[in-house]
Every structure is written in C-alpha cells, then in structure tokens.
Design a binder for this molecule. Structure first.
Ligand code: THU
Length: 295
C-alpha cells in the first residue's frame, strides 16, 4: 500500500514493514481499501526546503502530508463514491497522496518521548495517513477525532504506549528473567540485562564468569554483543537486574555501551525492588566515542 523511498541514512530495518502495517490499519479502521500513498523519508534539510516551497513555512518539521483528494462531508469513509471515481486502472489503486517524514525530527522526538525510532516513524505515518483520509486538527473537535483514531491505530499495531514498545518495568522484567541464566559460580553475584534497540527489538544477557577470572563478561556486554551481532547497533535503553542489590554498570560496560547510544536510558534495580534510572551521559560524562576518531 505504501511506496516508501528513503533518501536519508539510518532508517531502522523494521521501520518500512511497521509503517506499512500502520497504513493498513488506518485504512481498515477507516473502512476503505484499494488505496496507495507515496512516502519519502528525508533529513531535516530536505523537509525544510519542501516546507518552504510548498507551504511558505521557513522551518523544518516532523511530517508533511499532501492529500490528492479533497474529501467531501468529512473523511474518506463518508465519501466512498469519490474513492471509486479516483480508482486508477493502471495501478489498480486509488492514490491518496504524498507523505514526507524527517528522520532527524523523528529521531529527536523518539528520544524525547523515550521510545524507539521505529515507533515514532509508525506514529508519524498514522498521523499523515489520517490527513490523507481527510482528518485534521484545526478545531478542538476535529483534533479529538484525529487523536482518537491515532490511538486506535497504535493499539491495533501493538504500539499502544506513550512510553514506546516497552515500559521501564517491562524492560526490567526481561532483564530479571535472565538472572537464572547467570553463570556466576565464583562471585555468586547474578546479573541480568535487557537492551532496547532503535528498531524496537530487545536483547537479553546475563553475566558469564570464567575460571580464569579476567575472562568474565558482564550481563550488559552479553546483551550488547547479542544486539550488535544481530544488526541492532543503536540502543535506546538498557535495564539491569541484580539479585542482591541494584548495581549501576561497571566502568568497562559504560564505555562499551556508550558506543551504541551515548544518550541511552539506564534502568537498574534489584529483584522485586524499586527501579532507578539515569542516562548514560550522566554515568559517563565527557566520554570518548566513535566521533572522536573521525575528527
Ligand atoms: N557484573 C555485571 O554483570 N554487571 C555489572 O555491571 C557489574 C558486575 C558481574 C560481573 C561478575 O560476574 C560479577 O558481576 C561480579 O563482578
């Protein structure tokens, strides 16, 4: 249904499939089918230029939609005759219009709300698709109707929470479930971890000790190498569960994690206890990272 073109770097692997699912959900909930839309994912500079040229607004924005149909009497569901008239036998679809999304703004907003980039792209797709279907947010009433549809869509594609794919508690639960896998016969200090990556995936790990003590790997690094080896190199958050006492990551892990998300949220706690959070930037200020090598 969506023809997605990405002219910017860093589109999460799973984002196009998620955006397609979102678009299908919008149409199902609106009660229309046989439609298509064109989506361009660009950077801030490109969306700024489009915003200026098309709308006379001289600034970047997160999403722009250009409906090709002016629906009469409400939204697409109220004007099905029009939908049939707009059918293009060449494509076999009714073209709803164009969507432009800034990946830079989406990334910023995802960090602000503490959820994944894929979820933010999904949400922006829902918002834009609803505009193409005739929804708007000019009056309070229209805005409420549009918000309600957005919520329904996000529920429908299983991305319902404001906090993103997972809450801190859920991420922590996954870390906690790894405590039993910890291989810690020497210290008996069991640790479990769970990384949340930008594309919404999670990767768990536990500490793995060795008779040659220096060979020990912390839970955080176990989770991190599992993520990176599966192609997920941008981390949004990590939860760390310890059996005895909440433990912040060791210095080595802070440095290791910093590579894959200098601003990631770090959630720690002990089994059954309260959670504490910080950003990695707070835990490792004035750090050294890949950018320093490129200077
Ligand atoms: N450990 C972790 O897994 N993560 C930390 O942040 C601190 C330490 C593990 C390593 C070792 O197996 C045990 O805890 C004692 O140092």
């Amino acid at each position: 249904m969506l023809d997605i073109e990405c002219a910017a770097r860093g589109l999460p692997q799973d984002a196009p499939a998620l955006m397609e699912r979102v678009a299908k959900s919008v149409c199902r909930l609106e009660g229309i089918d046989g439609v298509g839309a064109y989506v361009r994912v660009v950077d801030d500079e490109a969306i700024h230029a489009i915003n200026r040229a098309e709308r006379g607004v001289d600034r970047p924005t997160d999403v722009l939609s250009f409906p090709s149909i002016a629906w009469r009497g409400g939204t697409a569901r109220d004007d099905r005759a029009r939908l049939r008239r707009e059918y293009d036998p060449e494509t076999g679809l009714c073209f709803l219009g164009d969507i432009v999304i800034s990946i830079d703004r989406a990334r910023e907003q995802a960090a602000e709300y503490g959820h994944s980039l894929a979820r933010e792209l999904g949400y922006l797709t829902a918002h834009a698709m609803l505009h193409l279907c005739g929804y708007d947010h000019m009056t309070d009433g229209d805005k409420a109707a549009m918000r309600a549809m957005e919520e329904k869509v996000m529920q429908d594609v299983s991305l319902p929470r404001e906090g993103g794919f997972l809450t801190d508690e859920e991420l922590f639960e996954r870390a906690e479930s790894m405590l039993e896998r910890a291989y810690a016969p020497y210290s008996r200090f069991r640790v479990g971890a769970c990384v949340l990556t930008e594309d919404g995936r999670t990767f768990t790990g536990c500490n793995i000790e060795n008779a040659s003590y220096g060979g020990t790997i912390c839970a955080e690094r176990t989770a991190a190498v599992k993520a990176v080896s599966e192609g997920a190199t941008k981390f949004i958050a990590i939860a760390i569960a310890a059996e005895q006492e909440a433990a912040w990551p060791c210095g080595l892990c802070r440095q290791f994690l910093r590579e894959f998300g200098p601003k990631m949220r770090v959630i720690v706690g002990k089994k059954g206890g309260p959670l504490y959070t910080a950003t990695l930037e707070e835990l490792l200020p004035r750090s050294f990272g890949p950018e320093d090598l490129l200077k």
